[in-house]
Design a binder for this molecule. Sequence first.
Ligand code: ATP
Length: 263
Amino acid sequence: MAIKFLHNDENIKGDAQIILSLGKNLLLKGPTGSGKTRLAEDLTGELGKNMYSINCSVDVDIESLLGFKTIEYNEGRQEITFIDGPVIRAMKEGAMLYIDEINMAKPEVLPILNAALDYRRTITNPLTGDTIVADEGFNVIAAINVGYVGTMPMNEALLNRFNVIEIGYVSKESLREVLNSQSIQKDASLIESITDFHEDLVTMTEQGQISQEASSVRSLIDLADLSTKMPIGRACYRAIIDKLDSEQEKKAILNAAELQFGM
Ligand SMILES: Nc1ncnc2c1ncn2[C@@H]1O[C@H](COP(=O)(O)OP(=O)(O)OP(=O)(O)O)[C@@H](O)[C@H]1O
């Protein structure tokens, strides 16, 4: 069974499809592990496109966006050629460009993309002097992690070029479906308890007791998987509790886990 983005809020996927079909840029906002990359992959696959990704959390620079010059040998002669980077390849091919953690990029780097992201759909490559006009099918999805230490607000001119969809917490029913399709845990009653535990975590997050990453879908898939091989209590530590720094948060989650799983 193909793994799909699942969410009780159908407007998330529906509106994302509309935004892309209008040739507009889409910004997905949500906590870590909330399915932003999964959704971007699904949308790209449905459009039958290739996806080129950039992760801005690693030191992204102009070369990692646009490409670099290299020396190639042609019939014994040295030639300087330019190897296109993800932005230029996506533009030329009319593919999807996925810019992950866009708010983590150094502020001086991304303005180079401004003309590619607005109605001009062009870029002048400062490394070659070439101007590239994007193919009609060129689409852009960016993602931003909210509630994450070290995130910076996005530059206003850049933000203005996107249409924003927030990915909120999944419902109990959607999480059950995600676990049934993506976890190796097949015990229906344990999956049910994990979805109840998720609801407790979401409530604690909304009350400000714990941070958002504690209740991420990614962590809950880990919890379900680990619980096939070790007691659920230890799985809670490995998948959720020990990822956190705050003793207070750890204690709050431990209490909820004890109540839910009777550890
Ligand atoms: N709503 C969802 N539907 C289906 N799968 C999901 C959903 N949310 C999370 N997942 C699963 O959880 C894992 C993490 O998802 P993903 O990588 O898409 O999150 P992300 O928001 O891009 O995280 P990050 O911001 O850390 O990159 C994946 O295995 C994905 O399949």
